[in-house]
Design a protein around this ligand. Structure first.
Ligand code: PHE
Length: 455
């Protein structure tokens, strides 16, 4: 810690509740309402959920505790953290550098999907996307995503929106916003869930969600489930290191991580409960994939009484979820530029947002101008999504575990975690050490190699 220059008091989260709101705000996102239901629908319902849960417990949650601990100890951004904690070998900072890269790649496609969600609030309110005929809702969605101007504009709008909150700061921007939005999110989700459960197809929907079909679970599916576990908990790319650096010293890290994981899982399951009964009631297919949200939902919900209100609510829910997540991803490069180059928060945000608008447009134009521009058979949109969830985040997570468990070492981990008064007895720390040294690295390595067909 000797060589950290602390010039001015660092902005940070101000209360335990603020920490939970911001961290949960990061975890909950399009992952819960866009990826989780789509991937569950495609990959065998409950069987996929079980594999996802196991990866969360054996890898995702472990990396989360590791990242938060590193960040809180170093009080630094994702890259500088490694330099501060291990000045002898600066190559560990490559983990942070890869994290900053991942942040750009994730935001490139994430802000695009968020742009569609924001656009759909207005389209649903004006009634223009509502129809009981999926052909009509599908045509409406096609029209939006194949229009280069609309796609880029909505993405830029989203970027400016989250950029403005980031400029306001960690406590006055991120913490304040997420603290207000998270309760609204839960409220809307429960309302839609209850409405959906009252439909005649509720039983079929729930059965689909909770009955496992293991025949669909291949090596690639297991990797997808693990990728989702990383994506969901926002780990493997420095977000949790950055947020950890804003934690107070008496915050109980393992408990916070566990709470956030459980609350996030609840949101995913509630999203499934909100969506699948409705899908079954009106005879749609649960395997619609990513279009489930934009094509199936408007068609399904517009058939029920007051459906239009629920469609608007659904996309407001999506927008709220996406906002907390985008704030946390954007914070990774912003915190780095701010700390490393001494740039003001304003300047580092503007620079990041401009760069993102450029990279993001390659994703935004993936369905129009750049539809035929493919690498490894994928459009830029799909490539950014695939590379981050199925490669960069798990690999980042693996190296973070190796760093914490083997390089930084047991003693430092114990010292860093026993700041939390409640952890004095050390049993939880011992369990964490076992997981971070052995269980998580082996799990991640095996799943990665199998999923990418190396073994
Ligand atoms: N956890 C967010 C979601 O589920 C996405 C995210 C990924 C956020 C990586 C931060 C970092 O939507």
């Amino acid at each position: 810690m000797q060589n950290v220059k602390v010039t001015k008091a660092r902005d940070s989260f101000t209360s335990g509740l603020g920490v939970i709101a911001a961290t949960l705000g990061s975890a909950v996102g399009l992952g819960n309402i866009w990826k989780f239901p789509a991937l569950t629908g495609l990959n065998g319902g409950a069987a996929f959920i079980i594999v996802y849960l196991l990866s969360t417990l054996m890898a995702g949650l472990v990396v989360m505790v590791a990242e938060l601990t590193l960040g809180r100890r170093s009080k630094s951004d994702a890259l500088t953290t490694f330099k501060v904690l291990h000045p002898k070998n600066e190559s560990w900072a490559l983990i942070g550098a890869a994290g900053v890269l991942s942040a750009f790649l994730i935001l490139a496609f994430y802000t695009e999907v968020a742009g569609w969600v924001f656009a759909y609030i207005f389209k649903a309110a004006s009634g223009s996307i509502l129809s009981a005929d999926p052909k009509v809702t599908s045509a409406g969605f096609e029209k939006l995503i194949t229009d280069p101007v609309q796609s880029v504009l909505w993405q830029c709008l989203v970027l400016v929106f989250v950029g403005a909150i980031i400029i306001a700061g960690v406590s006055k921007g991120i913490e304040k916003t997420t603290k207000r939005l998270m309760p609204v999110l839960f409220l809307i989700l429960v309302m839609i869930g209850v409405r959906s459960l009252m439909l005649p197809g509720a039983a079929a929907g729930l059965e689909f969600l909770f009955r496992p079909d293991f025949s669909k679970v291949t090596g690639a599916v297991v990797l997808t489930a693990m990728g989702l576990a990383f994506f969901k908990l926002s780990v493997g790319m420095g977000t949790m290191i950055t947020y950890g650096s804003y934690f107070r010293d008496d915050q109980n890290i393992p408990m916070t991580a566990l709470r956030v994981m459980l609350a996030d899982l609840t949101v995913s399951i509630l999203a499934g409960i909100a969506i699948f009964p409705a899908v079954f009631t009106y005879g749609f297919k649960p395997e619609a994939g990513p279009s489930l949200l934009f094509i199936t939902i408007p068609a399904v919900f517009s058939q029920m009484p007051f459906g239009n209100v629920f469609v608007v609510l659904f996309f407001v829910l999506g927008a709220i979820a996406a906002t907390g997540a985008m704030l946390s991803i954007l914070e990774v490069p912003v915190a780095y530029l701010h700390q490393r180059f001494g740039m003001s928060r304003f300047n580092s945000t503007v620079l990041t947002v401009v760069l993102l608008a450029l990279i993001g447009s390659t994703a935004a134009l993936s369905n129009s101008t750049l539809a035929n521009f493919k690498l490894f058979g994928m459009t830029m949109f799909d490539l950014y999504d695939f590379v981050t969830s199925n490669f960069l985040m798990p690999v980042g997570g693996l190296f973070i575990c190796l760093f914490v468990g083997w390089v930084w070492g047991e003693e430092k981990v114990r010292a860093a975690l026993s700041n939390d008064g409640q952890l004095r007895n050390g049993a939880i720390i011992s369990i964490f050490l076992f997981l971070v040294k052995y269980v998580a690295p082996v799990t991640i390595t095996v799943i990665l190699l199998r999923g990418l067909k190396v073994i």
